[in-house]
Design a protein around this ligand. Structure first.
Ligand SMILES: [Zn+2]
Length: 70
């Protein structure tokens, strides 16, 4: 059986949750709790910006994914 491991916390994602508990971002797989952390990190970063620019958000999102999935 294929085991999916979260790229951020390196924990295996258990069977039934593979359907609903895995979020694929870029070439990574994240579990639900790491996705929450990711979104929190990204919005914290975005609050430091004066205005919301979507391309900034995308850059931040990708940078944060890559930082969490080392
Ligand atoms: Zn995780």
């Amino acid at each position: 059986m294929l085991t999916i491991v979260c790229d951020a916390c390196k924990k295996a994602i258990p069977g039934p949750e593979k359907q609903t508990g895995v979020i694929y971002i870029l070439d990574k797989a994240l579990c639900k709790s790491c996705e929450k952390k990711l979104l929190t990190n990204v919005s914290d970063e975005m609050e430091k910006h004066d205005k919301f620019i979507f391309s900034d958000y995308q850059d931040q999102y990708i940078a944060t994914v890559n930082r969490m999935c080392k």
